[in-house]
Write a protein that binds this ligand. Structure first.
Ligand code: KIV
Length: 288
């Protein structure tokens, strides 16, 4: 018998905890727009992340650092309008929570209250525990994110696998435990060895969702544009590409350009007509 939570009801954090307890894998994907929200929800995804990867895959920035609260808010609202069942997470962009506890709670409140997200996510380990605790105390669920944290990749030696030495791995376990203690309800584990992800997953009681974290995580997340083959600048090792929508889009638009130039579009079925006598009458009136 399937233990999957009711496919028609809004998925709650309690359902995610139950899935971990029952060993049922959690699925998570990013989305940034209303149609993407509709599609991923209809596909049965459990968690939709309005990630700050928005900046790279939709807005054309080099990395996630320039993304603003205004951009996150607009895209969170659009996704929320498309999603019925999945749990929607709004990502706090760089410098929207790093300055003070008060700033973190204020901006979490904006994505939650104005944006309609079901929870918020922020990057960082022990150093973020006070912010996670304060947002949680304010009544807003928080998703943690450790391992490779793209907003602060400059401090981590760039976009590379984290936690490979026993010192770094120990720090990652301590970070996970500190975030759980602070009230985080789930954790992203990004770009860490799968053995470390396994240790963390076994040690915390909250679900872990991996992106480059290997098979032992409680769930998996990918960036939608990576999965669909829409983002061509680079493809990390941990991505499985399920479609080539960049080429599909390109070919469709090229065909349209050709059709217009060859006058094969619009065809009669795309056009409106009026009675011949009305055309005649119009011409006569214009000659008068
Ligand atoms: O912004 C994002 O898409 C993310 C995922 C990589 C987890 O944080």
């Amino acid at each position: 018998m399937s233990t999957h939570p009711d496919e028609t009801k809004k998925l709650l954090i309690a359902d995610l905890w139950k899935m971990k307890a029952q060993g049922q894998k959690i699925t998570m994907i990013t989305a940034y727009s209303y149609p993407q929200g509709l599609i991923v929800d209809e596909a049965g995804i459990d968690i939709v992340l309005v990630g700050d990867s928005l900046g790279m895959v939709e807005l054309g920035y080099q990395d996630t650092v320039p993304v603003t609260m205004e951009e996150m808010l607009m895209h969170t609202k659009a996704v929320v309008r498309g999603v019925n069942r999945a749990h929607v997470v709004g990502d706090l962009p760089f410098m929207s929570y790093n300055i003070s506890v008060e700033q973190a709670v204020t901006n979490a409140g904006i994505l939650y209250k104005e944006g309609g997200a079901d929870s918020v996510k922020l990057e960082g380990g022990r150093e973020m525990a006070d912010k996670v605790a304060a947002i949680h105390r304010a009544g807003i669920p928080v998703f943690g994110h450790i391992g490779l944290t793209p907003q602060t990749a400059a401090l981590l030696g760039g976009f590379k696998v984290q936690g490979k030495s026993s010192d770094d791995a120990k720090r990652a376990v301590d970070d996970a435990l500190a975030l759980e203690d602070a009230g985080a309800y789930a954790l992203i584990l990004e770009a860490i060895p799968q053995q470390l992800a396994q240790v963390i997953t076994e040690r915390v009681s909250i679900p872990t969702v991996g992106i480059g974290g290997g098979v032992y995580c409680d769930g998996q997340v990918l960036v939608l544009h990576d999965l669909l083959g829409l983002f061509k600048r680079f493809t990390p090792k941990f991505v499985k590409v399920y479609a080539d929508l960049y080429t599909a889009h390109l070919n469709a638009v090229k065909e349209f350009v050709d059709d217009v130039r060859n006058e094969t579009f619009p065809a009669p079925e795309h056009s409106f007509t009026m009675k011949a006598e009305v055309v005649e009458e119009l011409k006569k009136r214009l000659e008068e």
